[in-house]
Design a protein around this ligand. Sequence first.
Ligand code: ATP
Length: 279
Amino acid sequence: MIEIKDIRKVYKGGKVAVDGITEVMDKRVTTLIGRNGAGKTTLLRMLSTQLYPTSGTALINGLDIVRDAAKIRKIVASIPQEASPLGILSPYEQVNMYLLGRKFNFSDAKKAANDALETVGLWDVRNKPSDTLSGGMKRKMFVALALASNAELVFLDEPTTGLDPLSRLEIWSAIKKLSGNVLLTTHYMEEAENLSDVVYLQDSGHIIDRGTVKKLLSRFAGKVRVESQTELSDSFRVGGIYVKYDTIENSETYIREGRTVKKITLDDLFIMRGVDLES
Ligand SMILES: Nc1ncnc2c1ncn2[C@@H]1O[C@H](COP(=O)(O)OP(=O)(O)OP(=O)(O)O)[C@@H](O)[C@H]1O
């Protein structure tokens, strides 16, 4: 369980990246979504004890991120966005070394490393030097590391950015197999919908909404998103096109007129928010 208490981060130069968040996160898979610069990575880095808050704090399974940082590091695994493997070591060697560092014994480390590498689809390349692997394979190696660690809580910052669709599915299935809770960030709404028990919507350093995907999308119940190159009644302009929300029953009319009709996704929370900001 993560209990965040009025946490704030102001970077040198005065940028307020996280502006007083208070939340309790107690579900198995929690996802933070938000636009670039919303402060997701900053929040994740503070919760995983890699960055000191400017003020406020948080408890991870009852341990304080500032006072008990060393203890927290033993029970969490954290995979940053920019993680890169040591080139000369193979995926097996890296995962194995990481587990030995976490005090696994030799035979447990070997088994856990092999199982995790197989699960994420890296079995065939497990003994190749990491610098010969593709970017996607390197990301998978870090997910294998989290999977093998048996951590009580795993932080994953954009775990599938840049991966092809099949690799993304492999990572999703590995995330579902993690034994502990997971806090992840993503820009892929499909990923948030597929994995999350609860989604937090972050904007300008604040959490502006939270809930299950179903709850967050409930305001769009029975609706579709209509996109058009030309203005429609009650439409609004977003990124060079016109958008409106209308009932599913009216879809056929729009399709006949050559408009694009789309199913509602978490993207619509951002599209609607764009509208709120403009109005
Ligand atoms: N070390 C730093 N020094 C100063 N400002 C920073 C630093 N790191 C991040 N920022 C700023 O803090 C804000 C939040 O950044 P952060 O990386 O937490 O956002 P994010 O939501 O993770 O973005 P993205 O989705 O692009 O990864 C941004 O305006 C960013 O430029």
